[in-house]
Design a protein around this ligand. Structure first.
Ligand SMILES: Nc1ncnc2c1ncn2[C@@H]1O[C@H](COP(=O)(O)OP(=O)(O)OP(=O)(O)O)[C@@H](O)[C@H]1O
Length: 343
């Protein structure tokens, strides 16, 4: 039933296919566990992927699948009871996981920027936008002159289509879309190589959502960054990203080019996600996926998706599938592909 073909390697971390180009970002074997009173929740389990400059990856998955944890782990911003327990995050030749705390503070914003969920609501209400932007730059390059820093801020505001007058404004004077664009402007102030935007369009109307996505597109073009967009909206993703990564219970179950993902998804969970989207055949009715996402505290044995999978085989409840690289840079974590390989 599978549509992808194996490229021979079973080791997903060995082939960082970033579309032929040398990847600027290589995440390998990233692991995060939350130690809660109720037990251990492995929120990130052996996550590996790569992105090249100018590439956009959409990260999707149900609530609690580990998308924000992945972003926070890449930024080394996981807080107790969470712990990063393994893996590397290379930007070019530098492993963020091997940096000192001080080096990592410098790397945030200059090498890798994170626009968190609800960022626009966390702008300081009593400080002008300009002062918040200046502070962000000063914490990295204190030696620049005030006028050079201000020029940089105004340039960033212009890049996201905001008038330079926004520099002197307060957050309450801006619309939701404008605030989100301010957050993007702050994210690109130091021209990072990698930008992670966590649900950048939630709580915005559809027209503004589109404008914010177009803004991200444009600034990405200007600085040639690799961008990770985290979100639930597969439809919006489809229009803006190059690749889609699907997370389920802390694991990457599929990474495919956006066209492949929508026309021929490999993993049964991706198939269910795609076919649950409203379309003309189902008259716009949301289908949903049977069953519930599992608790990370009590994961099903074998493949965590097997209780909800219409293609589940006997081994799926016993043996945990490993990520496998397929041709055309596709990755899948599913036993259906083992079957294909052994034929
Ligand atoms: N502070 C915490 N303490 C304990 N467990 C946590 C904590 N934060 C996250 N988790 C666990 O990690 C899992 C993944 O959470 P995460 O926020 O990364 O998911 P998500 O996919 O980003 O969800 P959403 O789409 O709702 O933002 C959760 O299901 C939860 O079990």
């Amino acid at each position: 039933m599978t549509s992808g073909t194996r490229a021979g390697s079973r080791n997903a971390t060995s082939a960082f296919d970033a579309g032929g180009a040398t990847p600027v970002l290589r995440v390998s074997g990233l692991e995060v566990t939350y130690y809660t009173d109720l037990g251990r929740a492995k929120a990130l389990d052996d996550v590996s992927f790569a992105l090249s400059a100018g590439e956009k990856l959409g990260m999707v998955g149900e609530s609690g699948s580990g998308k924000s944890t992945m972003a926070l782990a890449m930024m080394r911003m996981i807080k107790p009871p969470g712990r990063i327990e393994g893996g590397s995050v290379f930007i070019d030749d530098t492993d963020l996981m091997a940096m000192t705390e001080d080096e990592m503070r410098q790397a945030r914003l200059s090498k890798i920027a994170y626009i968190p969920q609800g960022a626009m609501n966390s702008l300081n209400p009593v400080t002008r936008i300009g002062a918040q932007m200046v502070d962000a730059i000063k914490s990295h390059s204190a030696r620049q002159s005030r006028s050079a820093i201000e020029d940089r801020c105004v340039h960033a505001l212009r890049s996201v289509d905001l008038d330079p007058s926004v520099f002197r404004m307060y957050a309450h004077e801006l619309s939701g879309g404008m605030k989100q664009r301010v957050c993007i402007a702050i994210g690109i102030l130091l021209e990072p190589k990698v930008i992670i935007a966590d649900e950048p369009t939630s709580a915005l109307d559809v027209v503004t959502q589109r404008q914010v996505m177009e803004t991200i597109d444009r600034v990405q073009d200007q600085i040639n960054a690799a961008v990770i967009l985290i979100g639930h909206d597969m439809g919006l993703m489809a229009q803006f990203v190059d690749k889609v990564a699907v997370m389920y219970a802390g694991r990457l179950v599929e990474v495919s080019a956006v066209r492949d993902m929508f026309t021929a998804p490999n993993h049964p969970y991706s198939k269910a996600l795609i076919s649950s989207l409203p379309n003309l055949d189902n008259k716009g009715v949301f289908q949903g996926i049977p069953g519930l996402a599992p608790s990370l505290l009590r994961l099903p044995s074998g493949c965590a998706f097997h209780p909800r999978c219409e293609f589940a085989m006997e081994r799926c409840s016993v043996e945990r599938p490993e990520p496998q690289n397929l041709e055309e840079g596709r990755l899948v974590t599913c036993h259906l592909f083992d079957e294909e390989a052994s034929q």
